[in-house]
Structures are given as C-alpha cells and as structure tokens.
Design a protein around this ligand. Structure first.
Ligand code: FAD
Length: 362
C-alpha cells in the first residue's frame, strides 16, 4: 500500500475524539488540522498534499465507521468539481468551508429514471429575473440532511444531442422551495430525495459552461472512482466476521479460518489496485479504465465478505444468540448488493473495462 505522510496524524486526531463522537465531529476535527481535504491547495484550506493523503483520510474514517461516503462525495465529488471547473471566485467561496469539514455537500445527479443514464434527467433550470429557476427531483443521496450545499445537474436547453444542454449548479440547500425528504433504506441510514420547486439560483452558482455540464458531471462522479469506500466496508464486515468466530470457537474450523484469510487477501489486493489507480491519476483526472477496474475489484472483494457472512455465519443458530454481532453481520448482507450499483453500475464498469485493448482481452 502507498504510505501517506499524514496517516499517523489522522489516526491521532480520530482516536483522540471523545467517546461517542460522531462523523461530523470527526470531519470538523480533521478540518481544523487541514486534514479533511489534505490534497487541496493551501489557499483553499488543504495542505497541498497528494491523492494518497486523501486516501489515507478516507481509509481512516471508513475503518472507524465515520460515514466515509460523505467525505468522498463532499471532498471528491463536489469539491473537486468546483476546484477544477469552478471560477476563482467560486473556489474561494466554497472550498475553504468544505476543507474545514463543516460545509458538507451532496451530489445531486440521479433521478428516479436517470441513474446510469445521467443525460435522461428531467430536472430543469430556466432563466429567471436574477439567475435561474430550478424545478425537479433528485434521489438516492445519503446524509443529504447534513449537507448545506449540493451540486445539481439540470437541463437548461435542448442541445443538438442529449448530452449537451445540461448545466451544473452549486445550490444552497436552505433556499426556499427545496425539500429534503427521507426515503427508508434496508440498511438503517435512509436515502434522501431532494425536490426543487421554483428554486431561485444565482448566475454565479453555475459551475462549468452553460449547457456543457455533462463533462463536469462525469468528472464529478469519476472523482469517486477508486473504490476505497467499498474496501472500508469490507474491512468492517470482516472484523465482525472475525469477532464472531472468536465468540464461537466451535465454528472456527480450518475451512472457515482459510476463508477469512482469503477474504483478507482479496481486500488487500484490491487496495493495491486502488492505490495504483490513485498513484496514476493526473491530479484529479482519473484514468477511466483503471478506475473502473479498481472500483469493480474493490466492490467484488467487499461483496465476497458479505456473501461469506451470509453463507457461513448467519445460518448458524448459535450466532443468532448474539444480537450485537447479528446486527453487524446483517449490515454486510443488507449493504453488499448496493456496491453493484452505487456511483456506477457494475455492468457499465465492465463495459468500460471490456473496451480497453489490453484489459478488455483479459
Ligand atoms: C449507496 C448509494 C449511494 C448513492 N449516492 C448517490 C449520490 O450521492 N448522488 C447521486 O446522484 N446518486 C447516488 N446514487 C445513485 C446511483 O448513482 C445510481 O443508483 C446508479 O447510477 C444507477 O442508477 P439506477 O439506480 O437508476 O439504475 P439503472 O441505471 O436503472 O440500472 C439498473 C440496472 O440496469 C443496468 N444498466 C443500465 N444501463 C445499462 C447499459 N447501458 N448497459 C448495460 N446495463 C445497464 C445497470 O447496470 C443495473 O444493473 C447512489 C446509489 C447508491 C446505491
């Protein structure tokens, strides 16, 4: 694995939090040390570090169960879109807040009938007296109730093809006309639907070119791509599995011990691939094929843990006597399938990989 110079400092901060501290406290504590987004330039609240530093923070948050998906979406998805496509004024307006760990952000791209096909959106923005008027509904955001801003895609015109005419806006989620509503999820934390009803958005909230937002949108989604958040889930589930075998030594036979070792190596190997993808990224420009391969492999490695838990541990009657362990094991089974769809559906990752001249052959 790549070793980042901030790893020890991040661990010290997170392990020094008061007992019971939540993810938002963890984010703010990291932000105070300029470690929430350590790879951002110093003038925007970072340390001018590398993507390996970002990865170290993501790993540390995920391992401790601190909503690393919020870190990912805020820092990489929204923040990097502003960093790379925003104006200097926009960077100064939003990035220091994001880097402080106190301004959290949602990526508002998906709609009920526009997920993999992000150009199928029906959310629209029309010109108003002092900017734009937004109408529509975005779905599948986690922790949107924590966010004060969202990067939202909207159709601003009917371009010559369906990929043009889409524009991205950073929207203040406290604006009148915005509703953030919970949608239950199998795993506990709900999804949120964010609805826009005649929401006024100023002109200077537009990130990237008018009508040319599809490129920004694919990058914003692509910045998430290494798959590290999948691996942290896999590690958390594996820990629950290991603790179950410690609690019930009668289940800990050679076959199961070997199974755990295989899963552990699978996660480690996938991490190597994610590291290689991150190391090969040119600033924030991820190579499409290697990031698709990395995300696919990380998802598979984590899902293998969930599958093993479902087949090897949960059916055992004795395990059912420990409610705390069962809850953690069931979380793996509930969340595992989402890894095939979140960010980019697995079929599309495979599609991308298959088009590569060398990897595609494999
Ligand atoms: C945990 C989680 C978090 C999420 N967070 C966010 C978020 O923060 N912001 C956000 O905007 N969205 C978010 N999403 C939504 C996510 O991006 C979409 O679920 C994803 O893009 C897939 O879209 P869909 O659900 O509409 O499925 P669909 O696009 O309808 O796909 C359904 C099935 O059809 C397959 N399919 C679709 N098109 C093709 C094709 N061309 N070729 C082959 N197969 C195809 C897919 O692989 C899949 O198996 C999240 C989803 C999850 C599960």
């Amino acid at each position: 694995m790549i070793r980042s110079t901030v790893e020890d400092e991040v661990a010290r901060i997170l392990d020094g939090l008061p007992p019971g501290a939540g993810a938002r406290q963890a984010f703010a504590a990291l932000g105070e040390a300029r470690l929430f987004a350590p790879h951002y330039p110093e003038e925007y609240g970072g340390r001018g570090g590398t993507l390996a530093d970002y990865a170290a923070v993501a790993d540390a948050l995920g391992d401790r169960g601190f909503a690393d998906e919020v870190h990912l979406v805020t820092v990489q998805g929204v923040g990097c879109a502003v960093l790379y496509f925003g104006t200097e004024q926009q960077r100064r307006r939003w990035l220091p807040g994001i880097a402080s760990g106190r301004t959290l952000a949602s990526l508002l791209l998906s709609e009920v009938d526009a997920g993999s096909d992000a150009a199928a959106i029906t959310t629209s923005a029309r010109e108003g007296a002092a900017g734009w008027i937004l109408n529509g509904r975005k779905c599948w955001s986690l922790h949107a109730d924590w966010s004060s801003i969202g990067l939202c895609s909207a159709r601003t015109s009917k371009g010559p093809n369906r990929y043009s005419g889409i524009t991205l806006f950073v929207v203040d989620l406290t604006s009148p006309g915005i509703t953030v509503a919970e949608r239950p999820r199998l795993l506990g934390e709900p999804y949120f639907t964010v609805s826009f009803d005649e929401v006024a958005v100023p002109d200077d909230a537009m990130v990237g070119p008018l009508g040319g937002g599809f490129r920004v949108l694919t990058s914003a989604a692509g910045y998430e791509r290494a798959g590290l958040d999948y691996l942290s889930r896999g590690r958390v589930w594996l820990r629950a599995a290991e603790e179950t075998l410690v609690a019930f030594p009668q289940l800990c036979d050679e076959r199961r011990r070997a199974g755990l070792v295989r899963l552990e190596y699978g996660l480690q190997a996938a991490h190597e691939l994610a590291d290689a993808t991150i190391a090969g990224a040119d600033d924030f420009e991820f190579d499409y094929v290697s990031s698709a391969y990395s995300k696919y492999t990380c998802g598979e490695a984590a899902q293998a843990v969930a599958r093993w838990v479902a087949e090897e541990l949960l059916p055992e009657p004795v395990v059912q006597t420990r409610g705390d362990l069962v809850r953690r094991l069931r979380a793996a089974v509930a969340e595992g399938p989402e890894l095939s769809i979140s960010g980019n559906a697995v079929d599309l990752l495979l599609d991308t990989i298959s088009l590569d001249p060398s990897l595609g052959e494999v």
